[in-house]
Design a protein around this ligand. Sequence first.
Ligand SMILES: C[S@@+](CC[C@H](N)C(=O)[O-])C[C@H]1O[C@@H](n2cnc3c(N)ncnc32)[C@H](O)[C@@H]1O
Length: 231
Amino acid sequence: MDGSEYEAANARAWTVYGQHHLQRGTEVPDVDRVTWGFWASGPGAEVLGDLCGRRVLDLGSGLGKFGAHLVRDHKAVVDAVEVSPTQHERAVARYGNLPGLRLIHADAVEHLKHAEPYDVIYSVHGVAYMDPHRLLPALSNALKPGGRLAFSVLHTNSDGRGPSPSVAARPEVLPLAGGTSLTVHMWVLSPTLWEDLLVDNGLLVDAVDVLDAPDDDNPVSVRLFRAHRRV
Ligand SMILES: C[S@@+](CC[C@H](N)C(=O)[O-])C[C@H]1O[C@@H](n2cnc3c(N)ncnc32)[C@H](O)[C@@H]1O
């Protein structure tokens, strides 16, 4: 499979995932902070700078809960783009009436190609589902010069497997409530590879945060990249 086929398979998996939760009636809880890892510790929205009145994009926004938080608590104006129709449906049911939050059902890259430039673009665990060679040129172009980018990506999975040494997708497990799971294809890359990709696309890396699981017996580790578009 090539990158576009992996991305299409990911969109299908997230559609099944969203349908599963629609059928179960899983609630969408409000959040009062951005959690870049899978747990509550670590930095929050402050890595995005002052968001008041800023034009912000959430890439792979899922249920829209982080976008809703940035609108409510930081006075940002947020577009949230999500490719899975069922995840989008869950977001609309929960946050469809929140002024300042625009929930967009689209492929992130297609949206980026036609969007007015953003002050800030962020993604909580969305970027790793998209081919970076397709995503990063469009992302960089859609960011205002000097605009900020922050995104979190898997670095070490629950089996203790660390990042891949080349820019290639690999299978990862997406657990479903109830004990079953789906296969997704993720770009789990070393920080050096991510940095090279960002720099090649006109983005300068400001920091890479290490976000480890808080419990000692859990090997999962995430990296939070903070960058900005070259002026
Ligand atoms: C791990 S979930 C994270 C959702 C949300 N950011 C959160 O943290 O709650 C990844 C999301 O990215 C979405 N996604 C994957 N590929 C995408 C694409 N090409 N365009 C837009 N969304 C995409 C998936 O459908 C899924 O909802």
